[in-house]
Design a protein around this ligand. Structure first.
Ligand code: GH3
Ligand code: MG
Length: 317
């Protein structure tokens, strides 16, 4: 496992969050007293409330009572499994029911396990630990499908999904702007020719890290777009904001000070093309094409600079 992968995996192993669902506060109290030292514990006293907590806080695991008024545990579990955003949260039933058909109903509803009441604290802790480990391993494997192996930033597959999702969510706020930047390392072929591909790979890793650090908003997305090209997606960012970020990115890469004798500046630099649209008019392919055209202009203007497509009433940066 590479360093970036290991770092990513380790960050998933912090204190896990467990949602306890039971209509009887006394039962929640009992389980809370068992879990509180090792886990963050969230509570819900109805199925509806549990669904809301799942959507808001995305717990790592759920302990669910079966018998509850209105929406019972089985129905709640089925509703969780039917919602793709929260379906992967494992559900363990805590049940006093002992007949075979009750157990079958738990499995059918989508449970990963069940625990008998009265709860044995030791068994509960061991079961939770086992299922959390499985969940973390599954999440990690899933995340690998969206991470670029060389640089540790998101890959093209994640980027494509993410822009579509961004645009779909943003359509509700018609006037807000979405910006994208396409970045390309200058004369990178010459860098490889001079220093070799391994040195080239190392430079790519450093550039990716610098880009990630320079984008400060949690919603900003840095992805590897192709060989030595990256894309940065800036939600709710207009042309001025995109220009500010682009200048920061140019500076961040220059500050790495990676020697590159074959360029105008004697070090590794990037060129950036940007495009901005309102969410109402944003289309992924148009944004990409416009940013690409601007990148071409940046290359023609001497590299290590930024060009952006502009609205009729704005001037070039
Ligand atoms: P320009 O300033 O016009 O962008 O010139 P350039 O040399 O960067 O552009 P060109 O498209 O001609 O070459 C891109 C080079 O990037 C080709 C290859 O040597 C290098 N490259 C692409 N992907 C990788 C990679 O994963 N690792 C390494 N080491 N080099 C890569
Ligand atoms: Mg290049």
């Amino acid at each position: 496992m590479s360093d970036v992968m290991l770092e990513r995996f380790l960050t998933t192993l912090g204190k896990a969050t467990i949602l306890v669902v039971d209509d009887q506060p006394i039962n929640i109290q009992l389980i809370f007293s068992i879990l509180a030292d090792d886990y963050h514990v969230l509570m819900a006293t109805s199925g509806q409330q549990a669904l809301q907590v799942c959507r808001d806080s995305m717990p790592d695991l759920i302990l669910m009572d079966v018998m509850m008024p209105e929406m019972d545990g089985l129905q709640t579990c089925q509703a969780i499994k039917a919602d793709k955003d929260i379906a992967t949260i494992p559900v363990i039933f805590v049940t006093g029911l002992q007949q075979q058909e009750n157990e079958d109903a738990c499995w059918q509803a989508g449970a990963v396990d069940f625990i008998q009441k009265p709860v044995n604290a030791n068994t509960l802790l061991h079961r939770i630990k086992a299922h959390l480990t499985l969940k973390q391993q599954a999440d990690f494997l899933h995340s690998l499908a969206y991470i670029d192996g060389l640089t540790g930033v998101f890959n093209r597959r994640y980027l494509d999904n993410s822009i579509d999702t961004q645009i779909a969510i943003g359509k509700r706020q018609q006037k807000a702007m979405l910006s994208v930047l396409i970045l390309d390392i200058d004369h990178f072929k010459l860098f490889n020719d001079k220093f070799g591909h391994l040195a080239g790979d190392e430079a790519l890793r450093k550039v990716a890290k610098a880009l990630k650090t320079a984008c400060c908003r949690p919603s900003d997305l840095v992805a590897r777009y192709g060989g030595e090209e990256f894309m940065v997606v800036l939600p709710n960012t207009d042309e001025e904001g995109a220009a500010v970020v682009a200048i920061k990115l140019l500076e961040a890469v220059a500050e790495l000070n990676i020697p590159h004798p074959k360029t105008e500046y004697g070090m590794v630099t990037i060129s950036i093309g940007g495009a901005t649209k309102t969410y109402a008019t944003a289309v992924k392919d148009t944004l990409t094409t416009q940013a690409d055209q601007q990148l071409y202009l940046a290359k023609q203007s001497g590299r290590n600079c930024f060009r952006q497509s502009i609205s009729a009433d704005k001037s070039t940066h």
